[in-house]
Design a protein around this ligand. Structure first.
Ligand SMILES: [Cu+2]
Length: 221
């Protein structure tokens, strides 16, 4: 069997964005979780520091749409996420997230699929496929219950593409599952498609192209 012809990199992780050299400036807007300084946050807004993360890698959540709810998670104990102290209602580690999730905010990201030279294992590959000129691609952060909106621009010269958000159930949004030929047509070269779905499940997962052998074009969310 022929080796994979190309590698795609990108990731939809729920954390930070790595440095992308020349792409850095244009992508800095893609850090919606970092743009508000902590000391400006009302205490009721959850502030989550991912384990072992750099000091500035802090995720700020916004549940202001949920009147009466306050943050009940602490650095030492994440079993409770948010709580309405008047009604006792909670979103916590025991909540069935297949059915219930908080209401957060919308977070937008842009992914640009393109080709570049990659040397991942000592062999130069001239037609590597990457997201945002980076391997792996940018992390995508969101808080539980946020709406994630990602516009994928296909700048691949000769390939269609689509992006699958691994680990997301896509309940009520099956058309956003990113499986070309099943839930959507491939995004044609130099066309774009915007995926919109709710972060119903929390945790860390990855995103990847679902077009033929492009599965290695991936990232973390
Ligand atoms: Cu997958």
């Amino acid at each position: 069997m022929a080796p994979l012809p190309t590698f795609w990199a990108g990731v939809l992780y729920v954390f930070d964005i790595l440095s992308f050299s020349s792409w850095k400036s244009s992508l800095s807007l893609q850090q919606p979780l970092l743009k508000i300084p902590i000391h400006h946050q009302a205490p009721k807004h959850p502030i989550f520091e991912p384990p072992n993360s750099p000091e500035n890698e802090v995720i700020l959540c916004d549940y202001s749409a949920m009147v009466g709810f306050e943050f009940c998670s602490t650095r030492e104990d994440r079993s409770c996420w948010i709580r309405n102290y008047d009604t006792g209602e909670e979103y916590n580690i025991s909540t069935d997230y297949e059915k219930y999730a908080p209401t957060g905010i919308k977070r937008h990201y842009d992914l640009y699929a393109s080709e570049m030279s990659l040397n991942l294992d000592g062999v130069e590959m001239h037609n590597g496929q990457v997201f945002n000129q980076s391997y792996p691609g940018p992390k995508i952060h969101a808080c539980w219950g946020d709406t994630i909106e990602v516009t994928v621009y296909n700048n691949l010269e000769k390939n269609g593409t689509s992006v699958h958000w691994h680990g997301m159930r896509q309940f009520n949004t099956p058309e956003m599952d990113g499986v070309n030929a099943v839930t959507q047509c491939a995004i044609a070269p130099y066309q774009s498609f915007t995926y919109t779905f709710k972060a119903q499940q929390y945790g860390t997962s990855w995103y990847h192209s679902h077009y033929s052998l492009q599965v290695c074009l991936c990232g973390v969310k």
